[in-house]
Design a binder for this molecule. Structure first.
Ligand code: PHE
Length: 353
């Protein structure tokens, strides 16, 4: 029996030497230590042995079992170490490779300009008033002192909407400018403060729509930022001071401004504000078309008819208004030659800002 055990051990150890994978080791264990292995048969046969033989064979069999378990444990550790080493070698990282940069989103250039405009007027005590994009002819034109057939209405070709509310004399339309918001804001303010309303100081940003030929200079959809101040004793001096201050904060402390007489039906007097070209410093370049000046906005004192339409007595109250195009300002600041880039969603354009 002792001989047989020695034979089992020798054969098992020889077989173990050839084991070279964890799978093979599994099979080896079943074969040499499993329930139906030769070694187990020896344990099973103990019962039939004599009293003298039993402890001797039992002890020897146990030693063989321990020896095989120890060797297979060592083999398992060896194979595991080799597996880890191989997988590490396969996943080797080349630390000299250039890194992959993370692409992060950014704000649209118009949004960046809008936020700067909000911040500057916010500092001066202006609040943001959001007005509607769908308007009526009444508010977009008539209450702003454009009578029906006024030639100024030709300036703004319009998208009209078909709807049940449509009336021939007051069709629904997309607003052509942010100025109709002036009427809504003044009326709302008067409803809120029926007696002796406090001054209004607001900017009205938002999208406007014009049914025009799309060119590098004009889009059918664009933003405007309207401004409105109404109160007692507001003068053209306040208008100039506010807008010059805005220009200095927006374009730099030493920017020059000039006001040119202009005409809008809803302001009287009316003006346009130019800033000295910040690209050529007034020398004349392609952006300012050689004039040294860039037109930034339209403005004026709120027309008495408009004040009245908003519910303010023009004998007691006065105000100023202005309107500017943030896309146009962005184009000037960044020397963008074509307004169509703003809506093209071309990342090569957007990623520059
Ligand atoms: N609404 C005018 C436009 O669209 C701009 C403007 C606003 C002019 C307010 C004067 C006062 O061109």
């Amino acid at each position: 029996m002792q001989e047989k055990l020695k034979g089992i051990q020798q054969e098992a150890l020889r077989a173990l030497e050839e084991v070279d994978s964890l799978d093979a080791l599994d099979k080896w264990q079943t074969k040499y230590l499993g329930r139906s292995s030769a070694l187990m048969d020896v344990f099973k046969s103990l019962a039939s042995l004599s009293k003298e033989e039993k402890p001797l064979v039992g002890k020897a069999a146990n030693q063989v079992k321990l020896a095989l378990e120890k060797s297979s444990g060592e083999k398992a550790a060896q194979l595991e170490a080799r597996r880890i080493q191989e997988s590490l070698a396969g996943e080797k990282i080349d630390v000299t490779l250039p890194g992959r940069s993370i692409t992060s989103g950014r704000l649209h250039p118009t949004t960046q300009t809008l936020r700067e405009i909000y911040r500057i007027f916010g500092d001066m005590g202006f609040q943001i008033y959001r007005s509607q994009e769908v308007e009526t002819d009444l508010v977009n034109f008539q209450l702003l002192n454009f009578p029906p057939h006024h030639p100024a209405r030709d300036m703004q070709d319009t998208f009209f909407l078909k709807s049940e509310r449509d009336r021939a004399d007051n069709p629904l339309m997309m607003r052509t400018h942010t100025s109709p918001g002036q009427i809504h804001a003044m009326r709302e303010h008067n409803r809120k403060y029926p007696e002796d309303p406090p001054p209004i100081r607001i900017i009205l940003p938002g999208m406007c729509y014009r049914y025009e030929q799309i060119t590098s200079r004009s889009e059918i959809q664009f933003n405007q930022v309207e401004g409105l101040a109404v109160g007692k004793g507001i003068t053209f001096g306040d208008l100039k001071g506010t807008l010059s201050n805005f220009a200095r904060r927006m374009f730099g402390q030493d920017v020059k401004t000039r006001f040119r007489a202009s005409h809008f039906p809803f302001t009287e007097p009316s003006a346009e504000m130019d800033v000295g070209c910040f690209l050529c410093g007034g020398q004349g370049c392609s952006v300012c078309k050689g004039t040294g000046w860039l037109e930034i906005l339209g403005c004026g004192m709120v027309h008495p008819v408009v004040l009245e339409n908003g519910g303010f007595d023009p004998e007691v109250y006065s105000g100023f208004a202005f309107g500017m195009g943030p896309e146009r300002i962005t184009m000037m600041r960044h020397h963008i030659e074509d307004i169509r880039y703003f809506w093209a969603n071309d990342l090569r354009f957007l990623e520059q800002f």
